[in-house]
Design a protein around this ligand. Structure first.
Ligand code: FE2
Length: 479
């Protein structure tokens, strides 16, 4: 009963706070400076397009039969004073490859309620998780369907092979609460593992497992304080790694009318949780120095029982009111976590600022050798103004660089293996590159084993593609 009363009070307080926040959000105010995530390279597109048979240079590998899909924010309507990059309406950009040809490029908004209304369409079908149904962060294939994903609120949205919204779909009614944009598929079972949080629930997050059949088969609460923002997680053979770090829900930001109510919280103890995922057992919390991680690259267990966890680590995040992520120091680190002593040993793999690390996903949760990441700039208000990708050989410590050249700005690049049985790193990296000078973009395929060399193929698009978040390859017949 006590929890019912608490839930009721929290709901009433939250609804009141939302009303105040909505008033403050649209209250006229002086915009001190332009919002960097609404202008320049980030200026949102105003339309949806289809480009048939775009021009290609190089050779598209004939093995690639499917679609590269990428999700990201592209607001139809935004208040520059309060807009946050993480909350813009989702737009999918897609590139279809078959028989060594680029068949089409398309971009489509994810049909959330506000997008459908703005476009003069009826709402997309399906169940919503409360009022906020923006889905703008990731897109992937699972259980024969394509899913657009977001954390903290909106249910997954099913997308068809032409990038059209099918329905808001909480995994056939089996998901009861917010999901995440970063589930991790266990390559041995095909199950997706996720740590999920809900913006309106401050004292718990959830460990959710979605089976290979696309239905939730496990949903467990984990007690936390302050409503931490947990963007991603990692899995190993026996554990799920829970990142309970000091970016937490901020009532102050919400009441001020900021669209993104999360802030750096020095009072929140930074800790990493090891949650047994195969056998019953206690969640082991290990303290770390305050920091923030959006994206791990991978994690695995060593023979001595210690856990290796590689990630891009920010010194702080959202410490001041900004319209996107800014940190003073960001590096690629290796953490070695001892579940017995609960100590975390941090080492820097690469001190250069980088984000969006990706791996060969067949190595998820297992010892691995290669990681690929996007160079970014510390303290940059634009978030992604760099021209380089990195490839890390974690065995030799060697780093290779692919530089796209002046004014050519890559986003996240995704690794696609040459075949199911090919070796780690034997395959391609793919993603979009914005040509900042002339307002066009390219879809670029790199040979991962000739990383610094010329691209394997480039598909030239007579359209700008603003920086976005995460993309994946969906092979024909798998999504
Ligand atoms: Fe992310």
């Amino acid at each position: 009963m006590a929890s019912q009363v608490e839930s009721f009070i929290r709901k009433v307080v939250a609804e009141g706070a939302i009303k105040v926040a909505e008033f403050n959000r649209w209250r006229p105010r002086v915009v001190a400076k332009a919002n960097p995530f609404l202008i320049g390279i980030h200026e949102p597109l105003g339309d949806e397009a289809t480009l048939e048979n775009p021009e290609v240079t190089g050779t598209i590998p004939p093995e690639l039969d499917g679609c590269y899909l990428r999700n990201g924010p592209n607001p139809i309507e935004a208040n520059p004073a309060t807009y946050h990059w993480f909350l813009g309406d989702g737009m999918i950009h897609g590139l279809r490859l078959k028989h060594g040809k680029a068949q089409w490029y398309k971009n489509r908004w994810v049909r959330t309620s506000s997008v459908s209304k703005a476009l003069g369409e009826p709402p997309a079908p399906g169940t919503r998780n409360g009022r906020f149904d923006t889905v703008n962060t990731n897109i992937l294939g699972h259980a024969g369907k394509i899913w657009a994903l977001v954390e903290a609120g909106g249910f997954p949205v099913e997308i068809d092979g032409d990038l059209e919204t099918v329905a808001h779909n909480p995994f056939a009614g089996t998901l009861h609460g917010a999901f995440t944009a970063h589930p991790h598929v266990d390559p041995d079972t095909g199950e997706m593992h996720a740590i999920c949080y809900d913006a309106q629930i401050l004292d718990a997050v959830r460990y959710v497992v979605v089976g290979a059949d696309g239905r939730v088969r496990r949903d467990e609460k984990i007690a936390v304080e302050h409503g931490p923002s947990i963007h991603d997680c990692a899995i190993t053979e026996n554990y799920v790694i829970v990142l309970d770090l000091p970016v937490t829900f901020s009532m102050k930001s919400l009441l001020a009318g900021q669209d993104f109510p999360y802030a750096w919280n020095p009072k929140h103890r930074a800790r990493v949780g090891l949650l047994p995922r195969k056998h019953p057992g206690e969640l082991v919390w290990c303290e770390v120095a305050p920091c923030y991680v959006f994206h791990p690259a991978n994690a695995y267990e060593r023979a001595d029982g210690k856990i290796v966890f590689d990630a891009c680590v920010h010194d702080t995040m959202f410490a001041q009111n900004a319209h996107g992520p800014v940190s003073a120091r960001l590096a690629f680190e290796r953490w070695t976590i001892d579940p017995v002593t609960r100590r975390v040993n941090r080492e820097v793999i690469d001190p250069d600022a980088q984000e969006f690390p990706r791996i060969d996903q067949r190595r998820t949760g297992k010892p691995y050798r290669f990681a690929y990441a996007l160079a970014v700039e510390n303290g940059s208000a634009e978030a992604m103004p760099q021209t380089r990708l990195f490839k890390h050989d974690l065995e030799t410590g060697r780093r290779e660089v692919h530089d796209f050249g002046p004014n050519r700005l890559p986003g996240e690049f995704t690794f696609v293996p040459r075949s199911a049985g090919s070796a780690e790193d034997d395959g391609w990296l793919m993603g979009f590159v914005l040509n900042a000078k002339n307002g066009t973009a390219d879809f670029v395929v790199l040979d991962a084993q000739n990383f610094a060399g010329p691209p394997q193929a480039e598909v030239h698009l007579a359209r700008r593609i603003p920086p976005g978040f995460h993309g994946n390859w969906v092979a024909s017949g798998t999504g």
